[in-house]
Design a protein around this ligand. Sequence first.
Ligand code: GDP
Ligand code: MN
Length: 377
Amino acid sequence: MKLFEFQGKKIFEEYGIPVPKSCLLLSPDSECRLSFPIVLKAQVLTGGRGKAGGVVAVDKNINLSAELKSILNLKIKERTAAAVLAEEKANIQHEFYLSITYRGDIATPVLIASSAGGVDIEEVASITPEKVLTIPFNPLLGPLSHQVAYLAKAIGCSDGIALKSIIGKLYAIMRDYDAKLVEINPLASTPDGLCALDAKILLDDKAAYRQEKRFSNIIDELNNNQLPVEDFDIQKKGTITYVPLKGSVGLISDGAGTGMLTLDLIKDAGSEAANFCEMGGITSPQVIYDAMEAVVANPKVKSLLIVLIGGFNRMDEMAEGIIKFIREHNMSLPVVIRMCGTMEEVGLEMMRKASIPTYDNLDEAVLKAVALAGGGS
Ligand code: GDP
Ligand code: MN
């Protein structure tokens, strides 16, 4: 789950990372009691706001409400801002990039930093990768003094002590929140010292089960401000993995292998999946019900293909969940189901009684789902 900048900054503040004085404005008429000049920042879950006109510095004599209106109407990478964060404008001397994330290939957390922070960091990383420094560190010890000293020198940050303190706090946030990424870009040096002008925190949805309090606080805060909770509900539901794709067939499978195979078959049939939901090993009627809810919620889905090869997974339970979902939602979307394996006879009998057709043959089921989605070769 991605946090909005204002949420990230709130966490930064709690941990003592310097951030500008700010207030969240939810509508063009919201009042703002900061001292001008201020910077208005679109709260939208994507980067590149600066370049898209979503970060605007304004002075006292502007029409704040008109400015807010235009930021709230702005399209930034297909998204519109849910709110605007107003901040007292910092006097930037230099912009650094600083983040902590995990690198799976070397199985350690890494500190990433650059002296060329700011809105062009992506270009910097691809055109002049030597300007981006990556320092792996021991997850149990955290970034060590000599690593931070080396980093400060390499990026030309003269305030090594403040940098060390910020890095320590970033890593504390990363651990406490089970974050996958904690990023400050830019980390600005100002006459008052280092200051985080942007905040990006990506939480690991798979850790939601042990972060229930934090996740629910974050979601409550969004709900209270009538802000969207994007792409999260489904991930919260335990073993389900949800992958959004580009096509028109919604796919649910009871394991990753079956899912990958079926994705290939859909492609062979000349179509493409709209999304893909894999339920993990151990399932229940509720899990398939949740998976259907997640997949069907995507308006791109024109037919739903459910492929179950029951090992641990029981077909009577799957049938129970599927029938319940279809009945409760009075579902008109075409569904193609292939089920076999554990408790197959009972499951198939339940489906027959519910007048929901099933398929024995996987290839046939795939072709049918592709045809119903209006695709195919
Ligand atoms: P992003 O483009 O979505 O990453 O948005 P940022 O919050 O990083 O802002 C983009 C750019 O706006 C920064 O790199 C700064 O150059 C500029 N900016 C943001 N806040 C301030 C500020 O308080 N003062 C000044 N002078 N510039 C700012
Ligand atoms: Mn930024």
